[in-house]
Design a protein. Sequence first.
Lengths: 383, 252, 171
Amino acid sequence: MAEQVIPTKKMPPGLQVENVDDRIMTLNVGPQHPGSGHMRIIVKIDGDYIVDADPDPGYVHRGEEKMAESRNYITNIPHLERPVIHDSCNILYPYVLGVEDLVGIEVPERAKYVRVIAAELNRCIYIQYWLAIYGIFLGHSTMFMWPAGDRELLIDLMEKITGARVTHAYFIPGGVRNDVPANFEDVCLRQVNYFEKRIKEYADIFYDNPILKARTEDTGVLSREDAIRLGTTGSVLRASGVDYDLRIKEPYDVYDELDVHTNVLKSGDSYARSKIPWLDMLESCNIIRQALEKMPKSGSIRTKLKPNPKGREDEVYRRVESGRGSAGCHIISRGKPEPYRLKLSVSSFRNLIALPYLLKGEKLGNMPAVYWSLNYWPVEADR
Amino acid sequence: MSKSEKKVTSKDEDKKKSDEKAIGDAIIAAANARREELAKEALATRSNKTLPKEIKEKPKEEKPKESKPKEEKPKAAPPSKTDTEEVSLPEFEKSFVDKISSQFTGDVEVGYIKENRTRVNVKKEKILEVAQFIKDNLPFDHAESVTGVDFPEDKEIGVVYHLGSYTDPTYSKQVLALATRVPREENPNPGNDSTKLPSLRDMFYSVEFHEREIFEMLGVYFDSHPDNRRLLLPEDWADLPPLRKDFRNKGR
Amino acid sequence: MLKELVTPQNANVFVGKLGDILYKAVDQPLGMAINWGRMWSLWPVHIETACCSVEFGAASSPRYDVERFGIIEAFGSLRQCDLVVVQGTITRKMAPRLRLVYDQMPEPKYVIAMGACAITGGLYFDSYNVLPGIDGILPVDVYVPGCPPRPETLIQGCMLLQEKIKRMKAR
């Protein structure tokens, strides 16, 4: 292992790798481990303290980018959402926006609102799953059961719109695949209001819980400078005090017509990183309510594409704010129905770089709390 | 008696065996020749896959004929756009790209200037200097993504760094694409051939894992990168780097 | 009388016969009892291989609650588990690890292939890094189709496995 320590982080004395070589023990955490997910973290520990961590992703590397080069712009849709099936609308969003740029089509107004609603609902679904796993990582079984149960409410809602539980394939270039059901506005409003009431209760059992606070506060502290330098994104960045949300900074579709707020916390520890997504969910409920109000009650939801659409010879880089952070899509087109090169710049991969840095100097017992607070979904990072 | 008989028979058998061997060898040789013919025929009709290198060249010869005229277009297009549509160019984007291009005249070519998206093509020798200049004089502070693109017709591999800014709110929309190209080798030997690029890790720390990914996916070795190890591919990967265009997925 | 029958010469034969009789008498009911025990205490290994783990997690959520069938509580140690639910795509990097996990489990052990990727490669049939199904590395008991399977489908697959165990010969 080469030297990876960033000079700004001060290590406690006596924990440098060189000085205590004979006491170092190497542990493989994962891929078969309840606290790892689909990846392996090779940690070197000195007693109970981690002196070095080396993430080893790639256990779900399925070659999405290579496969995209042999499929056309429409057949790419279902398999590009597979990296994050529980946040499928948001991972498809940059791709769809990019293809619209390349093909040169306009999206109807109503479709834009439907997209925003679907994307925000999906963000909540994703965060609920993430929160459930975070709860069980910390040994808090109730925090698994509550989000996993409340999540089903919104999954039902998405099932009504799209017809599938998690893999929606709902966004297509030119709009959305099908219209929302007849009394969707009422049902959605009722569900979202109830959902908001439910998630506010999480503060009582989880975020104000002294045990959680003791385990997560002041663990894995990422300073503002380092968060910027490491290029982290999404909740990790905003927990470190950087006010950056693409829904505000670079509004796409109709986000500029809605009143969107970001949540920023200053402390940069695991507690702040675990709280930001929850605050995001509350914000999402606000956005959905606004979008339901402003949405045109009728109208087209899709601009028809020609069969086998061809992109012009150009390249686009579009990005959106997904449930985990900025999701980018870089498409290079050569005037053919298939992209010449498609790169998914996903937030999990960008946040992964912070993991070895945060784990150094932590106790081994804090590893799950730090690891999962990075809002990391291994399948997305591996693509 | 029996021993001598046996010896005789064994000698006869040896002769027979040697004859059979000769016949067998001839048959095998003929079969091999036939197989090769068949394989060549199949290759000529089908597009190549994981095949010996002699035959691989055939489709490659055909490719440039189709793709060369197309390849010229994007190169020619961006300058013509800048000439004709100079009035409609977004001013803010143009201002900071002009800073870079005026500093490094001759080494830097403006790829495109669009709203919020700009691209600068740099020679690979100058990439470190340009990156240092951007880091010092412009508020771009992190790399969002690093894309590697294979251009087999030009015998080059393109590497595009997408730089963004968190600190300066006026720049938060901007994504600057810093692009460069490295020579590409027909038979890649990652790490030991001419496909090398200086690492931008000292300027933009966040490229570390991205560059490791480019190394395994396209075989671009980054000098001064601390660990050019595999990241996503299995440890026993012994094929071409998979994102090169001459690596084909099965059935494609 | 027994003393006359059992001589040192035929003692082994006699004991063998007795064992056979005992085995025949006990085998059927005892086997059923053993199978009954195995059926309701299936412990899966916690190994997530791909995106189907989302629906695997949802299956133990309060709405579906697979634990009422005595199946899923995926936090056991490897040495106590007897079920591998292969949750989706197996890549070339994961395949040796999956086999290693399977080899470390004690007999008897069962395998459920969950999702299209685990069965045939599914959506990733032409990917360079994905195995075309897990038949080559593990003996599969139940295939659960879907991409991803709904939790109900997974529950049905688990119940099919229970049915299979019920009819198995207990070893």
